[in-house]
Design a protein around this ligand. Sequence first.
Ligand code: CTP
Length: 408
Amino acid sequence: MMPSPAVVLGVGGGIAAYKACELLRRFTESGHAVTVVPTAAALRFVGEPTWAALSGRPVATEVWDRVHEVPHVRIGQHADLVVVAPATADLLARAAHGLADDLLTNTLLTARCPVVLAPAMHTEMWEHPATRENVATLRRRGAYVIEPAVGRLTGVDTGKGRLPEPAAIFEYCRALLARGGAEPDLAGLYVVVSAGGTREPIDPVRFIGNRSSGKQGYALAATAAARGARVTLIAANTSLPDPAGVDVMRVSTTAQLRDAVLEAARTADAVVMAAAVADFRPAEPAVAKIKKTDDASAPDIKLVQNPHVLRELGHSRARRGQTVVGFAAETGDAHGTWLEHGRAKLAKYGVDLLVVNEVGENLTFGADHSAAVVIGADGSQEQVPDGPKERLADVIWDRVLKARSRTD
Ligand code: CTP
């Protein structure tokens, strides 16, 4: 068995350093050897014994510790992944300028493996032009700088700047390691993914919905982020944790999803409609809860058809060269095979790629794996055998890149 990749966990001096303890645990529990390199400021938040105990290894904090082992170059050279969480504004600035004034910044200069920086700071610091430029510089050089999450910050403030949840940072790193250090081939692209299932209100407490878990859309968003894309995930009624580095917008009805998707699509390089969008909605949802009557009668609920978002995207591209991807679940019938129906749908909606699942009695919801065929407007067809949803997501992004290279 191959040894698990060696990870360096750099910890910056921010209050979110306590969350890095859980991140460390996740790495060690999944078999990684982790060398923790806290900055001097980080040690004021979480002490050296905690890092040593959780990693099971000595913790080097200074270039002057164990000098004969030349730690200032060895640690970076031997890493398969360096992840810095939290990365403070100061640390980002030092990294962007190539300073080497402590062990962590030395490590960042000597690492030749993927480097993930998970910033955490107050919104004002994150939005300051100095930080924006430092982040842009680091990204241009190939570092993976995760977008901070929005939410409660230290004190009473809320806004963008929170460290994403340790589980999400871990998943991000896992996806990166699974790619074996491959280049961030989606860097510079802005992609929009819809996920989950829309709900159409019947009255204030009831709705028409579907059983989509949103897992495929989340896998698409997470893999795109791990490949360096800027990602907006439009999530309809999901209960999954936000993937790290992804802007998540929550919607419920088809009308809300449509507004959010069309707005984001104006500047997107690719839009992937993985959401299960309700085809129909009650024409006039009741404003008050519908009551039962004593005569055992039931209300007639008149339905109207929803707009078809994918068709709108396919037929009126917001940007030249934008790639539009849809999903379809098909069955064969007297008029054709499931794949023939898929091809007809691809043409009807005017999309570049359609991910077609054959459905039947084995129709499953909420599974972690799926099989599909990805068909292209260029006549291409790629079978993706049953496997993790991340694998299907990677194939979809590969096809998106191919489709783009043809239109460039
Ligand atoms: N979709 C959409 N807007 C809708 C309905 C679906 O954008 N109002 C998108 C889904 O996100 C998915 C694709 O269209 O990408 C599904 O295609 P569709 O033909 O609507 O699927 P079904 O409803 O399963 O097809 P059918 O009407 O043939 O049963």
